[in-house]
Design a protein around this ligand. Structure first.
Ligand code: SAM
Length: 327
């Protein structure tokens, strides 16, 4: 990875295979320190730095991406910049990055935000990142499984505007990661690159085949917006599918009021689990209520019992849930 030529003043000259004098030019604090110690120790210091860097590069050369962790790395710096630009970061922002990989997004974020908390499950990638990004004082690498970590421990009070999340999501856990974030709530906006098909489901509106329980779950809690498509050709290894970048804005409170959230989502999931069936059949099956009673109720709500789940808006699901509700 070559970070040379980037804007951040935190940039490390060592990535260029820097010489002794090179390093001294760029790091006055090191210069003062080193001038105090004999030349031979100084030489050892630089050799040690070089060995560490060389070892880290060699580890990456032998690195075999793991399919089971969804390791398709973005290799196009223009796309990395475009993704981070979509997040509209300000210098006071704290950013939570999920799955930092080899750091292509991490360095972009680090040069624009106050702090980056980067979570990565792979131990080898974490060692590589710690070595490569050691001069970025605003980056904290956390080794662990995002789904198991208590993230609030790392976020602190966050910035005034709330933590922003950025991720090129590992495809095998896209939905669990989004669910965890929706429950966690300590963030304001999320910019995700994910499988195109999943992005289309999240942003879908009623009436199409992409619209389903995932669309309603995410849109109940967030404003959603598609940003741009990304070709599969900008990843290594190359995945079988294209990607899309989407943006979620967490709503302070859900845009739609429902009396009983649990019942609301039970109805939504039930209706879509049998999406080819008429509403009167799917909902009566899942809630184990009398079909004729339900048909009558839907009639009173001006919702035809013959309609299918994918034609209903979130508001209509809320109306059904509130009419059946215990609240
Ligand atoms: N951000 C990098 C990029 O854009 O090239 C890597 C993206 S790659 C699609 C997904 C990354 O998430 C991998 O580095 C993988 O090791 C990491 N990952 C997978 N599952 C994870 C989990 N449960 N928690 C944290 N990181 C995970």
């Amino acid at each position: 990875m070559d970070f040379v030529g980037r804007k951040s003043k935190l940039l490390a000259p060592i990535n260029r295979g820097s010489s002794d004098s090179d390093l001294l030019d760029k790091e006055p604090a090191v210069l003062v320190f080193l001038s105090e110690i004999p030349k031979v120790i100084r030489k050892l210091f630089f050799e040690f730095q070089g060995v560490k860097r060389y070892r880290s590069k060699m580890v990456m050369e032998r690195f075999r991406p793991r399919k089971r962790w969804g390791q398709n790395f973005l290799v196009d710096h223009n796309i990395a910049r475009k993704i981070v630009s979509s997040a509209k970061l300000s210098p006071e922002d704290t950013v939570l990055e999920i799955g930092a990989g080899k750091g292509i997004l991490t360095v972009e974020i680090a040069s624009r935000a106050e702090k980056v908390i980067a979570i990565e499950i792979d131990k080898k990638l974490c060692s590589f990142l710690r070595e490569e990004l050691k001069n970025y004082e605003n980056v904290e690498i956390i080794e662990g499984d995002f789904l198991k970590l208590d993230i609030s421990r790392f976020l602190g009070s966050g910035s005034r505007s709330g933590v922003k999340v950025i991720a090129n999501l590992p495809y095998y856990v896209t939905s669990p990661i989004i669910m965890k974030l929706l429950n966690m709530k300590k963030w304001s906006e999320a910019t995700f690159m994910l499988q195109k098909e999943v992005g289309e489901r999240i942003t879908a509106r009623p009436g199409g085949k992409d619209y389903g329980a995932l669309s309603i779950l995410v849109q109940y809690h967030c404003g959603v917006e598609k940003q741009f498509n990304v070709s599969r050709n900008v990843f290594r290894p190359r995945p079988d599918v294209d990607s899309v970048v989407i943006k979620l804005k967490l709503l302070k409170r859900p845009g739609i009021k429902v009396k009983d959230e649990k019942l609301f989502f039970e109805i939504v999931r039930g209706a879509f689990s049998q999406r080819r069936k008429k509403l009167s059949n799917s909902i009566s099956n899942v809630l184990k209520i009398d079909k004729h009673f339900l048909e009558e109720l839907l009639g009173r709500l001006n919702i035809s019992p013959a309609r299918r789940a994918e034609t209903l808006s979130i508001e209509e699901f809320a109306t059904i849930s509130d009419s059946l509700g215990r609240g």
